[in-house]
Design a protein around this ligand. Structure first.
Ligand SMILES: *Cc1c(COP(=O)(O)O)cnc(C)c1O
Length: 435
């Protein structure tokens, strides 16, 4: 790729972050299956350790295959820096620790992945980090009332899992910035193809690469990206003004993360503090698989969105369905935001309320033949699951009510199959459930 040209999204997702000339002219990014990297000489080692030169040291903190993935997703998200990690949960955890370490609070959307909500309840309070569940995430003009002296960030999902709730990211970012705190967006369901959180004011973006980003259900991975625009050198974030011995210059002067990495202080601090010491690193082989998955990101998301629209419309007209949640439907509370912000579709995740007894609902799930029954999303294969009893099963009744996850909710993640086969499969399962 010519360095001096701004390539478009579909070019970047197959080419960004990789130049064959630097890798023995290999067309496909090689899998650097190595733990460590030789130093040329003592000076080289010194330069690497004092950040005078960038290079590889040890694969826990950086690996050339993983770096291609980081740079490619950074290009797609128009981010100034990125770090890939062993899972989406690692990406969320390292992000929130990096923001709120030492006793901060995070204001969070109620419409979140079950693992996020559950970790907020069980793990963070024990680490001294308070999680405040936002009451006004759908009314950002009132959100300011919920930000305290101690709030260090707002955390939301751009398309929520499982109910596909859309939020006014621009308005929420504005409130965050007025209070000197960053907005973190989990963009897993949308992927960079459907939504660019940084364009809408987000400062940090996190992904589970396990889902649509890779899209083949064959790895666990995550990423954190930053816009490079948020100023962390304020009283709220003393960790970004802290001078570290490990960041000393060749003369021995201690430095801060923003001094050494002005374009991407946030992900640099995640890398050299959290990844370095907590160690949830992504393996080279998984990064390689994610890069192959990314090559077809646009085509997959386009087809999955199309299949999801057809499934939503089929379900919406069905006698055995109480309601359908999908932003393309005109009666969806998210429809206006869908029309404003989602020009390329709403993704593959939708949910519906099964009309009938719990027994009939279970019979319906036991009767699908083509849909896979398991907890992933964003796979090339269509998936179906009873979220309230599985993926969001950790939530107590009151929490499910706040998160708007009724007991009869069934989640679908539309894959790449022929839509007629998918609809026929649902129809025969409904018939068996009611027989
Ligand atoms: C799956 C998921 C995660 C967690 O990612 P893992 O890769 O499974 O750790 C986080 N956020 C969302 C929205 C998810 O769907």
């Amino acid at each position: 790729m010519a360095d001096n040209k701004e390539y478009r999204f579909d070019t970047q997702r197959v080419r960004a972050g990789y130049d064959p000339k630097n890798h023995n002219n290999a067309v496909s990014p090689p899998i650097y299956q190595t733990a460590a990297y030789d130093f040329r000489d003592v000076e080289h080692a010194r330069n690497l350790f004092t950040f005078k030169e960038v290079g590889n040291l040890y694969s826990r903190v950086g690996n050339p295959t993983v770096a291609v993935l980081e740079q490619r997703v950074a290009a797609l998200d128009k981010a100034s820096g990125a770090i890939a990690l062993a899972s989406g949960m690692a990406a969320i955890t390292y992000t929130l620790l990096n923001l709120a370490e030492g006793g901060g609070s995070i204001l969070v959307s109620p419409y979140l992945y079950g693992g996020s909500t559950d970790s907020f309840k069980k793990v963070y309070p024990k680490l001294g980090i308070k999680i405040d569940l936002a009451k006004n995430i759908l009314n950002p003009e009132k959100l300011a009332e919920e930000i305290t002296e101690n709030t260090r960030a707002i955390f939301i999902e751009s398309i929520s899992n499982p109910s596909a709730v859309l939020l006014d990211v621009d308005a929420i970012a504005k409130v965050a910035h007025e209070h000197g705190i960053p907005l973190v967006v989990d963009n897993t369901v949308a992927t960079p193809y459907l939504f660019n959180p940084i364009d809408h004011g987000a400062d940090i973006v996190v992904y589970s690469a396990t889902k649509g980003l890779n899209g083949h259900g064959n790895l666990i991975g995550g990423l954190i990206l930053e816009s490079g625009k948020f100023n962390f050198v304020t009283d709220k974030f003393p960790q970004f003004s802290e001078k570290y011995y490990t960041l000393r210059d060749p003369e021995g002067t201690l430095r801060t993360f923003p001094e050494v990495f002005p374009a991407f202080p946030f992900t640099a601090r995640v890398r050299f503090n959290y990844l370095n010491y907590f160690g949830a690193s992504l393996g080279a082989f998984d990064a390689y698989l994610a890069l192959i998955g990314l090559e077809t990101l646009s085509e997959r998301l386009e087809k999955q969105s199309k299949n999801a629209v057809a499934i939503a419309e089929y379900l919406n007209a069905h006698d055995f369905v109480e309601w359908v949640r999908y932003p393309t439907l005109k009666d969806s509370p998210s429809h206006a935001l869908y029309q404003r912000d989602f020009g390329k579709g709403a993704g593959g995740v939708l949910s519906f309320g099964f009309k009938g007894t719990a027994e009939e609902r279970e019979k319906f799930l036991n009767s699908v033949e083509l849909f896979h029954y398991h907890v992933n999303i964003g796979d090339s294969r269509s998936l179906i699951v009873n979220s309230p009893q599985t993926t969001h099963g950790e939530l107590e009744a009151a929490e499910k009510a706040i998160a708007d996850i009724p007991e009869n909710l069934i989640r679908i993640s539309a894959g790449l199959e022929d839509i007629a086969d998918l609809v026929e499969d649902l129809e025969q399962a409904f018939q068996k459930a009611r027989a």
